[in-house]
Write a protein that binds this ligand. Structure first.
Ligand code: C5P
Length: 216
């Protein structure tokens, strides 16, 4: 039995894994890490220094400098930074530096919920629970549009959909740590499911694992 408890959540952009991760971390009183922010922090550092996103040694330096306690979602959540993050995320050396930091975070008691693209497959292959959260690209684009409109913005559905499809291709098609469900992941398709229903389904899976663990 491990001293810490780890919940690994993977899936494509906009599937609802961030909200689910937050709800689970609150409920089970675990630490929470959105690993996408670590890749975004690297992209943001390069953009700020006007460096190209394919400058691998600068990206490695930026990755070493990522401070897990200072990931600023407000600054890093911009759409363009997500796109840039998926470009720096293809470099194995950058990934190795960030994965080490993510593992150290996961090992910190009492454990953590981590969400990303390679948590169940690479970062925490021994996680107590692995969830793969997905939804159709159309549903994810609709949600993104509704989110933008809810804060008074405007956007074009076709453009959002094209962005989502392109990012999926980049994340699923890269050679190092592509996005895919771990063999032992529980699949949650949120296309037709409200976030509350997804949370209840995930809770049932976690409670079941905790009950088995307490019996063992
Ligand atoms: O989840 P988020 O949209 O913030 O992630 C931004 C990008 O960072 C993703 O499109 C992906 O390329 C990369 N990423 C990754 N591995 C993770 C988390 C994010 O490659 N564990």
């Amino acid at each position: 039995m491990t001293a810490t408890f780890t919940i690994a959540i993977d899936g494509p952009a906009g599937a609802g894994k961030g909200t689910l991760a937050r709800r689970l971390a609150d409920h089970y009183r675990l630490n929470l890490l959105d690993t996408g922010l670590t890749y975004r922090a690297v992209a943001h550092a390069l953009i700020q220094h006007a460096l190209p996103l394919d400058n691998v040694s600068a990206a490695e330096t930026a990755a070493r400098q990522v401070d897990m306690a200072k990931l600023d979602r407000a600054v890093l959540s911009a759409h363009a930074i997500g796109e840039a993050a998926s470009k720096v995320a293809v470099y194995p050396t950058v990934r190795r530096i960030l994965v080490e930091k993510q593992r150290a975070f996961a090992r910190t008691p009492p454990g953590a919920v981590l969400d990303g693209r390679d948590i169940g497959t690479v970062v925490c292959p021994d996680a107590d629970i692995k969830l793969y959260v997905t939804a159709s690209a159309e549903v994810r684009a609709k949600r993104r549009l509704a989110e933008i409109e809810s804060i008074g913005g405007t956007a074009n559905f076709a453009e959002i959909l094209a962005d989502i499809v392109r990012r999926d291709e980049r994340d699923m098609g890269r050679a190092d740590s592509p996005l895919k469900p771990a063999a032992d992941a529980h699949l949650l398709d949120t296309s037709e499911m409200a976030i509350e229903a997804a949370f209840l389904a995930a809770m049932a899976i976690v409670d079941d694992a905790l009950a088995r663990r307490n019996k063992a």
